[in-house]
Write a protein that binds this ligand. Structure first.
Ligand code: DP6
Length: 331
């Protein structure tokens, strides 16, 4: 029996990945830049053992079946193929935040799974190789292998499944003082997952082409703002990327927002009118993530908590990349 336990944080994209290259292998059509968010975590143990009968995947106490299980088994198969190891696996994973709700549980989930599986199989891969493996299952997961601020380029046009594409760190956690608040607006799981939402947008949105043209420009400007430690510009461009992504999705009929999502965005803008530097971003779900300077966190949290429809507000901070942890820690 060989096993390993990994911990990974989710990441929130400041410049968004939305849309895939039209080829096999899960290559993003646009570049993205994210912040890895401590305060939320997924722990995953992977054990390979010849005595197991088939693979079992248990997530947050539930045995997975169908498509959810197949996505995990696909990653395990890649690892088994690389390690020339046919043994079945047990995967046990738990997150300390809600899954499938737009809080990037697939990012932390596949990052932790990839790292634990690679180590359990005895492969001596570096973080770049593990990031490529995670990216094949869920592109945003490729970014959670690294801490701080992380970039994932678009796949090359005409990329093939054999091509590697890994995320890479752009700046460490301490590069710019930043706190993150998450206004939770629903406890329901989202109706349309990111992969389906992207496909729907690319196939049906009259603004898909505009998004694909605009996203790389926003990304470059946002990266420059980050490297220049320009908090205000970073925040403005994060909002612009999120709004452009959602505009393209909404034009295809795909609305991830709820009333409380819009009200939280209004709260953030009202805080700005009062002189506080706060900026929002929204992923494929109804929650609003707010970027603030650490010294402004209390008034911004209070204002979000007072916003109608906000269930609670969680605090996050810029975190480290995925890592192997002590099995005792992971229980
Ligand atoms: C809105 O990485 O979940 O969070 O590659 O199909 O698994 P797949 O998609 P996923 O999409 C994330 C979309 C997003 C933006 C982002 O994280 O860049």
């Amino acid at each position: 029996m060989n096993g390993a336990v990994a911990l990974a944080h989710p990441n929130f994209a400041l410049s968004k990945y939305w849309g895939k290259r039209d080829c096999a292998g899960n290559f993003p059509a646009v570049p993205s830049l994210s912040v890895t968010v401590a305060g939320f975590a997924t722990r995953t143990s992977v054990t390979f053992d010849a005595s197991y009968v088939g693979d079992r995947v248990i997530v947050d106490g539930d045995e997975m079946s169908g498509q959810s299980r197949a996505r995990v088994v696909e990653l395990l198969d890649r690892v088994r193929h690389a390690a020339c190891d046919a043994r079945p696996a047990r995967v046990i994973s738990s997150s300390d935040f809600p899954a499938s709700s737009g809080l990037a549980s697939s990012a932390s989930g596949f990052a932790a799974l990839a790292l634990a599986a690679v180590r359990a199989a005895g492969l001596d891969w570096d973080a770049t190789r593990v990031s490529d493996l995670a990216r094949r299952s869920s592109a945003s997961a490729g970014r959670s292998l690294f801490g701080g601020f992380v970039e994932l380029e678009a796949g090359a046009p005409g990329a093939t499944e054999n091509d590697l594409l890994a995320a890479r760190p752009v700046a460490p956690a301490a590069h710019i003082p930043l706190a993150i608040l998450v206004a939770i607006t629903s406890d329901a799981t989202k109706a349309v997952g990111s992969s389906d939402g992207m496909r729907w947008t690319m196939n049906r949105s009259p603004f898909a082409r505009a998004w694909l043209e605009e996203a790389p420009k926003l990304h470059t400007e946002l990266r420059d703002a980050l490297l220049a430690r320009d908090f205000v510009r970073l925040g403005e461009l994060s909002e612009a990327s999120a709004l452009a992504m959602h505009a393209s999705a909404i034009a295809a009929g795909l609305i991830y927002w709820r009333g409380a999502t819009l009200d939280s965005m209004s709260t953030v803008r009202a805080l700005r009118d009062d002189g506080l530097k706060a900026y929002f971003t929204v992923d494929a779900g109804p929650h609003v993530k707010v970027l603030v300077r650490p010294e402004d966190i209390d008034p911004v949290q209070s204002a979000l908590e007072a916003t109608p429809g906000v269930l609670r507000v969680e605090r996050g901070r810029v975190g480290e990349g995925a890592r192997i942890v002590d099995p005792e820690e992971a229980s």
